[in-house]
Design a protein around this ligand. Structure first.
Ligand code: AMP
Length: 119
């Protein structure tokens, strides 16, 4: 479900500025900040200001939020110096994918050779 914010959602609280988390980039619809438990030298999360539990909750009327997320992911990758070596952008949706925070987010990973494969 999409909703403006959810008071018990950690990423809503970060996006609103309530947590004091350092933002490394912003767009109209997203904030970007470093993952607490980085899996690569650069590990940034791209998080919509609006609450969506996961990718499946973004309908056609909100498709622009996905374009904005990927454009910011690319901008952050460039700003973090990842264009030469390359980078990966992923989102986890649901338990089999290992989603742990139920607010849509995209991981931007790079700065080392990432493991090949998708599963
Ligand atoms: P996922 O497993 O795709 O749901 O990813 C959730 C990510 O959020 C994990 O990589 C966590 O390390 C990260 N995370 C959880 N809480 C915070 C936080 N307060 N600040 C930054 N990253 C966080």
């Amino acid at each position: 479900m999409a909703s403006a914010t959810e008071s018990d959602c950690i990423f809503c609280r970060i996006a609103s500025g309530e947590m004091g988390t350092e933002l490394i980039a912003e767009s109209d619809q997203h904030v970007a900040f470093r993952d607490l438990s980085p899996q690569a030298p650069v590990h940034v999360l791209i998080v919509p200001r609006q609450h969506y539990a996961s990718l499946r909750d973004v309908g056609p009327d909100d498709a622009g939020v996905l374009a904005d997320a990927l454009l910011l992911a690319s901008r952050v990758a460039g700003e973090q110096g990842l264009y030469d070596g390359g980078y990966r952008v992923i989102t986890n949706d649901g338990p089999d994918a290992g989603q742990t925070v139920h607010h849509l987010h995209f991981h931007v990973l790079g700065g080392k050779e990432l493991r090949a494969g998708l599963g």
